[in-house]
Every structure is written in structure tokens, then in C-alpha cells.
Design a protein around this ligand. Structure first.
Ligand code: C5P
Length: 232
């Protein structure tokens, strides 16, 4: 059978990453975190003196860093110009700048090309014939419009902020992040991602929408696994 291609899109805090990794691991598929690629590009720019408030500087630098993504759902890993970016791409500084960087068309073209190469399995020997779960914002609409299955995850703003602040807490071990501030930061990033000109965050016409507000992570995983099995 042909390698199954699964696109999982939606805003942050909907359980997209946890679901995508678990579905890939359960079904023996590869996994690609496209948000991590935009974050790695942003991290590299911040480290290399690019003024991320200037779209023309961002555009001119978009071709420079080598961005290499692992596709093992258990330990994906990502690097920029050979430097391990897995941890620093989750910093507040990168999170605050990534929407501006990812809105620049030259950045999107560059990273979309990488994503299509990885999905096709032509990057690494042995990848061909292995399906993949690709998570992001524009995978079903732009990157892989012929995906075998497209899922669009949603959740109420309150549920998303609660999940995000729980994650922030476990990531840095510090006091509980302020829920209202988290909700506000998420809303600002959603607005930027949904209103940009080039391939905004949007549900594809043929995507299956799953509202995760009232579901546990396990229930969302089961639901998506069933959808993949039906589609492949
Ligand atoms: O998913 P994550 O929160 O890590 O994504 C970080 C940012 O990367 C998003 O807020 C968005 O600006 C950008 N992104 C994108 N297209 C994708 C995935 C992420 O523009 N396919």
C-alpha cells in the first residue's frame, strides 16, 4: 500500500503535538513538527543579528540556515546550522517572534519545500514508503493538499490556555503561569497566524474537524487513529 500522509492542523493548545506524536508512534509512521521548523528559523535569526521586525531582512536571510528535522515521533529533534535547537526553540523569546518570521513569504517557500521533501520520503534512505503525520497550520491547505487524511483540531480558548499553562509549568518547573496572560498571548498569535496573507491558519474544506474541548488526550488519539485507519 502507498505510504499514508496525514495532515494535522489547528491553533496551539489543542493537543496537536501530543496527538500527532502518539498517532505516529502507534501506527509506525514518521512525524514532522512544522512549527519547530519555523521556530528553528526564528531562533537562528535571533542569534545571527537579524532584525525580526524587518520583513526584508527576514526575507534576505531565509535561505541561509540549514534546518534539519528528525522524524522519529519518540525523539524528533531539530537543528539549525548543525546546532541542536530542540530546547531553545521553546523559549518565550522565540515564541514571541515566530509569527512575524513565519509570515514572510520567502520563509514559507523555503520551509514548505523542506516539508514536501521530508513527506515524500526522499530525504533519508529508508524513508520512502513510510507514511508520515505532519502537524502545523497550513499542511492540509497548502503544504500537502493531497494528504490522505486532514484533521483540524480545535478547542475553546479557555481549554487551550489551561493546557498551555500546564505545559509551561511542567517545562520550566516554575510557578503556575498566569492563565489570563497565556490566553492573551495565544489569542495574539492566533490572530497573527490567521490573518497573514501567505497561507494563513485555516481549516481545509476537506478536513475533519475535531473539537477537543471535552475530550481527554487519549480520546483524541483514538479518534485520529480510527480516522487514519479508515483513510489508508
Ligand atoms: O506549533 P507551534 O506553536 O510550535 O508553531 C509556532 C509558530 O510557527 C506558529 O505560531 C506559526 O506562526 C508558525 N507556523 C506556521 N505554519 C505551520 C506551523 C507553524 O506558520 N505549518
Amino acid at each position: 500500500p502507498a505510504a499514508v500522509i496525514v495532515a494535522i492542523d489547528g491553533p496551539s493548545g489543542t493537543g496537536k503535538s501530543s496527538t500527532s506524536k502518539a498517532v505516529a508512534a502507534r501506527l509506525g509512521l514518521r512525524y514532522l513538527d512544522t512549527g519547530a521548523q519555523y521556530r528553528a528559523m526564528t531562533w537562528w535569526m535571533l542569534n545571527n543579528g537579524i532584525d525580526v521586525s524587518d520583513p526584508s531582512e527576514i526575507a534576505a536571510a531565509a535561505d541561509k540556515p540549514a534546518i534539519v528535522s528528525g522524524t522519529d515521533p519518540q525523539a524528533p529533534g531539530i537543528s539549525a546550522d548543525g546546532a541542536d535547537a530542540s530546547v531553545p526553540i521553546r523559549s518565550q523569546e522565540v515564541t514571541a517572534a515566530v509569527s512575524a518570521v513565519s509570515a514572510v513569504p520567502e520563509v514559507r517557500t523555503r520551509i514548505t519545500d523542506l516539508q514536501r521533501t521530508i513527506a515524500a520520503g526522499t530525504q533519508e534512505p529508508g524513508d520512502a514508503g513510510t507514511g508520515i503525520v505532519v502537524e502545523g497550520r497550513d499542511i492540509g491547505t497548502t503544504v500537502l493538499p493531497d494528504a490522505d487524511l486532514k484533521v483540524f483540531l480545535t478547542a475553546s480558548p479557555e481549554a487551550r490556555a489551561a493546557r498551555r499553562s500546564g505545559e509551561l509549568k511542567s517545562a520550566d518547573g516554575k510557578a503556575h503561569a498566569d492563565l489570563a496572560a497565556t490566553q492573551q498571548a495565544l489569542a495574539a498569535r492566533d490572530k497573527a497566524d490567521s490573518s497573514r496573507k501567505t497561507s494563513p491558519l485555516k481549516k481545509a474544506g476537506d478536513a475533519v474537524e475535531v473539537d477537543t474541548t471535552e475530550l481527554t488526550l487519549e480520546q483524541v488519539i483514538e479518534c485520529v487513529v480510527t480516522l487514519v485507519e479508515k483513510a489508508s
